[in-house]
Design a binder for this molecule. Structure first.
Ligand code: NAD
Ligand code: TYD
Length: 354
């Protein structure tokens, strides 16, 4: 048996692949375009591992996807490939439409053809797991209940709108063609191997190199944070026991205003790697121009996956954040390779210029 993972050289994908192969001998075909966010370095531990094959290619390439399905006959496809950064979607939405919508459509079409030709036992056992985000539900006010799976979709950024469109396509392929799909909507992830354009790794990397720690607007926007290994265990559980056609929210009940998150990172760094001058890293916090259309609050109600599938996160925000800061401090070459890359530098210069 084999599974096909898309986007497995990205942040969550690489964690998923490493995590999977630490618990199972079932091989993975990993289809990744290696955009700026895809990093084969993250998979270096698997270089000699015959259970993992990285195929550099695009989920929009119908011929390639059909060929991979035909050759490897996976029992499941886990779709993690995406353009994932909200700020980049504001600067240039085209790539988000292409990969997140057209790419997911293309995958669904290729998988449908493949699935249709299976015998009935294989058809029944097959799964297409689509990995999505809580951002499709839009923004909550301070006193609203956390998102449940039945919450109306109200995406506000080109990123979340493109993810919402892909979720709808996945749903339609179940309703119309009976395809055995599952969808997960997860809250903000953090942990090892996250590209340092996202808040937590950006703040750790900037703090260590004496740069400002950019906080958008008043820093009181709330995100619901989940340690990436807990997301991976949630995905494994949904794949194993989720009911076909259903969606599952994944979250850790860890709501935090951004400024609190940044302050907590500074406190950890103050303890683990104090500044030479003895001053707290909090001194580097810099309030910058807000993101256009910035969603105020996300919060996931994870009762369904807890109740129906018995899943629970292993980490609290405190334990997960400590592990994350420690990982970044211990893996500075991984971070520096990215931070010194021309593509990343030009993004930082352009985005934070004001
Ligand atoms: P990421 O940007 O770190 O990685 C995305 C990966 O997809 C990269 O390796 C990239 O090379 C690859 N990719 C991009 N376009 C591709 C294409 N056309 N064909 C093949 N590969 C392509 O993203 P991430 O944070 O790991 O997120 C993975 C998935 O999880 C995404 O679907 C995202 O929407 C979802 N998600 C992320 C979060 C989060 O907090 N990061 C939370 C919930 C859901
Ligand atoms: P991010 O990590 O980009 O994830 P998302 O936008 O998908 O939630 O951002 C998390 C929060 O941190 C979000 O409210 C925007 C904010 N943020 C900053 O305040 N400063 C920054 O430099 C970045 C990248 C994000």
């Amino acid at each position: 048996m084999t599974i096909l993972v898309t986007g497995g050289a990205g942040f969550i994908g690489a964690n998923f692949v490493l995590d999977w192969l630490s618990q199972s001998d079932e091989p993975i075909i990993n289809l990744d375009k290696l955009t700026y966010a895809g990093n084969p370095q993250s998979l270096q531990a698997l270089q000699q591992d015959k259970r993992h094959e990285l195929v550099v290619g695009d989920i929009c390439d119908a011929g390639l996807v059909a060929d991979l399905l035909k050759r490897h006959r996976p029992r499941a496809v886990i779709n993690l490939a995406a353009e994932s950064h909200v700020d980049r979607s504001i600067q240039g939405p085209g790539a988000f439409i292409q990969t997140n919508i057209v790419g997911t459509f293309n995958l669904l079409e290729s998988v449908r053809a493949y699935w249709n030709e299976m015998d009935s036992a294989a058809r029944a056992a097959f799964r297409f797991l689509h990995v999505s985000t809580d951002e499709v539900y839009g923004s909550l006010s301070a006193d609203e209940d956390a998102f449940t799976e039945t919450r109306r979709y109200e995406p506000n950024s080109p990123y979340s709108a493109s993810k919402a469109a892909s979720d709808h396509l996945v749903r339609a392929y179940h309703h119309t063609y009976g395809m055995p799909v599952l969808t997960s909507n997860c809250s903000n992830n953090y942990g090892p191997l996250q590209f340092p354009e996202k808040l937590i790794p950006l703040v750790i990397a900037n703090a260590s190199s004496g740069k400002p720690l950019p906080v958008y607007g008043d820093g009181q926007q709330v995100r619901d944070w989940l340690y990436v290994a807990d997301h991976c265990s949630g995905l494994r559980r949904i794949l194993e026991a989720g009911t076909v056609g259903q969606t599952y929210n994944i979250g850790g009940w860890n709501e935090r205003p951004n400024l609190t998150v940044v302050t907590e990172i500074c406190e950890l760094l103050d303890a683990l790697q104090p500044r030479a001058d003895g001053v707290s890293y909090q001194e580097q916090i810099a309030f910058v121009k807000d993101r256009p259309g910035h969603d105020r609050r996300y919060a996931i109600n994870a009762s369904k996956i807890e109740r129906d599938l018995g899943w629970r996160p292993a980490e609290t925000f405190e334990t997960g954040l400590r592990k994350t800061v420690q990982w970044y401090l211990a893996n500075s070459p991984w971070v520096e390779d990215i931070v010194n890359g021309a593509y990343h530098r030009s993004w930082i210069d352009q985005h934070y210029a004001a």
